[in-house]
Design a protein around this ligand. Sequence first.
Ligand SMILES: NC(=O)NCCC(=O)O
Ligand SMILES: [Zn+2]
Length: 522
Amino acid sequence: MGTRTKDDFYHGTKAGVVGGTTMVIDFVIPQKGQSLLEAFDYWMKKADGKAVCDFAFHVAITYWNPKVQEEMEILCRNKGVNSFKMFMAYKDSFMIDDADLFHAFKKCESIGALPMVHAENGHIIKENSTILLGNGTTGPVGHQLSRPENLEAEATNRACVIAENVGSALYVVHVMSKSASEMISKRREEGNKRFFGEALAAGLGTTFPTDTSDYASLAGHIMGPPIREDPNTPRALMESLASDGLSTTGTDNCTFDTCQKEMGKHDFTRIPNGVNGLEDRMSIIWNNGVKTGLLSPEKFVAVTSTNAAKIFNVFPQKGCIRPGSDADVVIWNGESSRVISAKTHQHNNDFNIFEGMTVVGNTEVVIVKGKIAYEAANNIVSVEKGWGKYVPTPCYSPKVFRAVGMVLAADKYTDKYDNIDLDEILGNQRLYQKYFDCIQGKGKCTPDGAELKETIPEALKTECAKCSDKQKAGVEKVLRHLIREKPDDYKVLEDQFDPEGVYRKKYEDLKKKVEEGKPIEY
Ligand SMILES: NC(=O)NCCC(=O)O
Ligand SMILES: [Zn+2]
């Protein structure tokens, strides 16, 4: 905040790739009052041509007004952004209040996006900080004292309560304490599978140093919410991942060097918040999760890759190895060991929070979109600057908007027209043309045609989440017919309903399946 991170998109993604991460989702953070679209474009310029693996964006909402709402819609519909982060901390800069959180969550729900929160009570942090500084506690330990675990748990619970009142989904980023993780896991156990929590490499892999004499080490570990001192926290967070209480693992990779961290030498509130994690995330999770018996290798894949790909709606392009998926492949050696050090890491930084730790479980070979990018054997890093491209994350992620029990009867499409004879329409050119003209807005619509026209955009985005089985079969029939018999009409509809090409990848998969005569999976 107020100072530039050491890792740019080149160094950050390179570190990620060497460690086995083949796609990143970064946070676009607009300044208060700045256009969200302008901030998005600025971030795109920072990433494009530099990233060595694919990337996507979450966009932060740092203030609230009608223009923000409009821009959220544009980002969602046309730019491939399906998640927005709100800060409950950083009072007087990025924090927004509960009413705005309520409205932002509501907006997300209405446009098929996922609201994310940084959950800490910013008001109390500010009051605590003032008292601590007044008492002469100016060093990094003040950061920890001003942000106790209960402020994270309280805000996490509050975010859940707000989302429950709105009826929205929720994703809590960087969950750093057991009590905060329990706020989410409790809801998930009760059946709300639309709430998700993310653990970080930092929280799973280390604790805050106890040697209070080493400023560089203490400041190097400063982030929000804090890395906890409690030695039980890393295991508790890993157990939560194992039991499906938390769903994903990220890094919030945000590195500052020793010199930048010096900014807060005499006032802990001025220490830039952020630590590394991208390069070591996978090894930390294997070492502390799989080697300890808490996670199975399958669960390791789920929490490091597949779950995130599904939640952010880039599955099966990412998050699995299948015909048609991107060839992002990590060959993993579950027994090789390495000592983590800033002297040897790929980050553009002089500090590593895992310094000196021996981790078992490391990358052997990393392939990014079909190209070998790293070979451990001879420590060959052959990443290519700019090889990474922007991956749109389409709204209405089925994982978020079609979670168990979410689609209530009232959320289903009407069954009024379920008995219409599709074969008759598709087999009769004159009848077919009438429907086709109606959908394009070029001709009059029958009531069922009008209903269809209304429904198509959402049904395509949600992969027919609100369709009954019968309706899904009908959709499949129509799509097959269009792809096989009317490819030009299919193209017209593709241009009409996906002008920016945000959903094209999904359509292409579907098209391929139809061409291969395979059933469409919903
Ligand atoms: N986690 C962390 O301290 N990152 C910097 C900004 C933020 O809190 O999101
Ligand atoms: Zn944050």
